[in-house]
Every structure is written in C-alpha cells, then in structure tokens.
Design a binder for this molecule. Structure first.
Ligand SMILES: *Cc1c(COP(=O)(O)O)cnc(C)c1O
Length: 374
C-alpha cells in the first residue's frame, strides 16, 4: 500500500477555523452544556438554509428519528413502513418503540421507496401509522407520489434526510418534505458536529414537544415533575459550535460533492457502471457517489472494494437491505414483481470515495484503479 489513504467521506473542517472559534467561545463563556448560544444559532442556521421554521438540535440523527416516530403517535404493535435499502438507523427506532416494521422495496431510478410497492404494502398489511422515507446517499426519493399516498391514507410521513442535507426535490429542500424530517451530523455526513442530529418539524407544537422529550420531559413545575417518559437527546453546546462553523461551508461542500460525482461520471462513462440517477426535478447533494456494476460484468463489488483497498482507497458496499438482516428476519418485506430491486442494488452496488478533502489527483488515482479493474 502506498500514498495517503483516500476516504469514502471524512470530517472536513473549514480552512478558516470557524468551528474552533465557536467552540472556544463556548469555553470562554463556560456554556459547556446541552444548551447555549451555539445550539440556538446552529438551529437558526439550519432553519435559514432549509426554510423550515421549526428545528430541534439533538445528539444524533437516530434520536431525531426516534422522537419523530413518538410524535407520529407510534406505539407498541403499530405498523411502520420503512425503506428496506437503508442504514439500520432508519429502522431501529421502530423497534425501540415495540412497533412492527414492514420493509418496502426500492425503485431502480433513485434507489429509494417504490411508490407502487408502498401501495402494495398497504393492500397486504393495511395503512401504517407512519412511513419512513429515505433519500439514499443524498438522492431525493419520488416524494410527490409518496406524499400523495400518505395524504390519501392519513399516514405520517417521516423523512430520513440524514444523508440529504442540501438536496432538493421540486424546489423544496430535503428534510422539509415530510411532517417530520431527520438530519444527521455524524462524522461521515456532508457536514458534521462529530456526532449529532436535528429534527425538522412542520408544526410548531411538534418541535416544542420534541424539545421537551429530548430534555427528560420535565413539566413546568417548581420541582421536577414528569408526566411522560423523557430522553436525554439534546445536542451539546460544544458540538453545536462545530455545526455552526460547518454551516458556513455547507454550500462549498455540496458543490465539491457534486463535482466529484461529475468527474466519476465523465471519466468512467465507458465502463460497465450505472450511477444512481435523479428523478425528475430533483438535485442530490451527492453525499456519496454510488453506482451498480453491470450484471454481465465479471467484477463483483467485493472484488472492486478489495482492489481499491490494496491502493489504500476506501470504498464500500451499498447498504444491505433491512429485510436481509438477521436482526429483522421476522419482519415483512413487500416488493412488486419477482425480483427485489433493493437486493440487486446491494448485490451489484458500490459506493466510491466521495471525500471533499480528496484532491483531483487522488480522484484520478481512484479512477485509474477502477479502469484497471475492469
Ligand atoms: C447516518 C444515518 C442515520 C443516523 O444518523 P446518526 O446521526 O448516525 O444517528 C440515519 N439514517 C441514515 C440513512 C443515515 O445515513
């Protein structure tokens, strides 16, 4: 192995050092707590960026999804539909609540929820309390159809936009399309707070309730009074300082991610790769460039990942669908037709290094390695 390791996606602090300034400010003022100016200002910056009026900064994207399902009224035994092709954090909160996930297949264009499969799932299992829609690798799902189905059946639409900050669907920012939207600022996401998340709410009351639940559900009494189960999910003022700084470079990061994708697409046009496509009138932040290898090509994703690894380049399989995971083996899975689209995407898919710190020379090394492998 030679050269510096090329990462899939790693934390990228601003050259100007904005993040450290806000963190130092918290130290100077001794606001080392899960509240303070950085938390408020980070929320304000995300609200300005997305246009959503209500946002609650939390300790993780998973916490945002957990609270979203509670706000949706999900409880023991309730059904919740969830995209099968996703990271486990989309589905785990359903299990936290003792609810029953029904996993739904993807369509091959955006790789996200297939609206026809959602309708089929309703036919087979009845309408669920909530539906978790994901924008995989930043790519917006077919939200118009999904929103239509949710409206028709009174299903609460929870948007897992953990990977999609900066993506846009029909002019509307991802994270603001559902009644409730979850963002993540984990270390590998487009911007990071080292670890963190945010819940975006269409309704002001939901945001107020989420804030209360995230801070141990304390009632407004002179003593500690509790009338519902609370959580310790608030974001720390230190993490929020990092987030505040990161928001100042978010547009640059999105531009760079898209440029990385365009370069792969251009340079690898002749190779047996199909890149994740956009659906009409949508724009992905291209958090990760993802593609499938043609079925008739002998190279497998595992082999490609190994060959890249030998060059000290990190690549990864596409998420293994939840219905294929041992931990969810008892759960229902609904697809249209004979073959599951999500299974093919997993079997033939690969995520390429999309690190915004990657230099053009480093990306060419990735491209040359891929060309050689084919
Ligand atoms: C990262 C991620 C999450 C969870 O976010 P955390 O902040 O890591 O808890 C949820 N869903 C998807 C699709 C993700 O990629």
């Amino acid at each position: 192995m030679e050269g510096k390791r090329i990462f899939l996606a790693s934390p990228h602090m601003s050259d100007e050092g904005y993040e450290l300034e806000y963190v130092n400010d918290a130290f100077r003022k001794n606001w080392i707590a899960p509240l303070g100016e950085n938390v408020n200002e980070f929320e304000a910056a995300v609200k300005r960026f997305t246009g959503e009026e209500n946002a609650v900064a939390l300790s993780a994207g998973t916490a945002a999804l957990h609270l979203a399902l509670i706000l949706a009224g999900v409880g023991r035994g309730d059904k919740v539909f969830c995209q099968s092709l996703t990271f486990s954090a989309s589905a785990n909160p359903i299990a936290y609540l003792g609810a029953e996930p029904v996993f739904v297949d993807s369509e091959s264009e955006s790789w996200n929820l297939d609206p026809a499969a959602v309708r089929e799932a309703i036919r087979l299992h009845g309408a669920p309390k909530a539906l978790v829609a994901v924008h995989l690798y930043g790519m917006p799902a077919k939200m118009r159809e999904i929103e239509g189905i949710c409206e028709e059946y009174g299903i609460v639409l929870v948007e897992d936009a953990a990977e999609a900050l900066g993506s846009v669907y029909e002019g509307r920012p991802c994270g603001t399309l559902g009644q409730l939207g979850a963002l993540s600022f984990n270390g590998n996401k487009i911007i990071t707070t080292s670890g963190g998340g945010m819940l975006l709410c269409r309704e002001k009351e939901d945001a107020a309730h989420a804030l209360k639940l995230a801070t141990q559900a304390r009632e407004p009494f002179p003593w500690y009074q509790h009338e519902e189960i609370g959580y310790n999910y608030r974001m720390s003022n230190i993490s929020a300082g990092i987030g505040r700084g990161q928001m100042r470079v978010l547009p640059e990061r999105i531009a760079k991610k898209r440029e990385i994708f365009e370069t792969y697409k251009r340079e690898l046009a002749e190779k047996p790769l199909s890149f994740q496509e956009g659906v009409k009138d949508s724009a992905s932040n291209r958090w990760l460039t993802a593609a499938t290898i043609a079925d008739d090509c002998k190279v497998t994703p595992t082999e490609l990942i190994r060959l890249l690894g030998e060059e000290n380049i990190e690549a990864r399989h596409v998420w293994k669908p939840m219905h294929m995971q041992p931990v969810f083996s008892d759960c229902a899975f609904v697809k249209c037709g004979d073959a599951a689209v999500s299974e093919r995407l997993f079997n033939r898919g690969i995520c390429l290094p999309s690190d915004t710190k990657m230099t053009p020379g480093e990306q060419m090394k990735v491209i040359e390695t891929l060309k050689k492998a084919f």
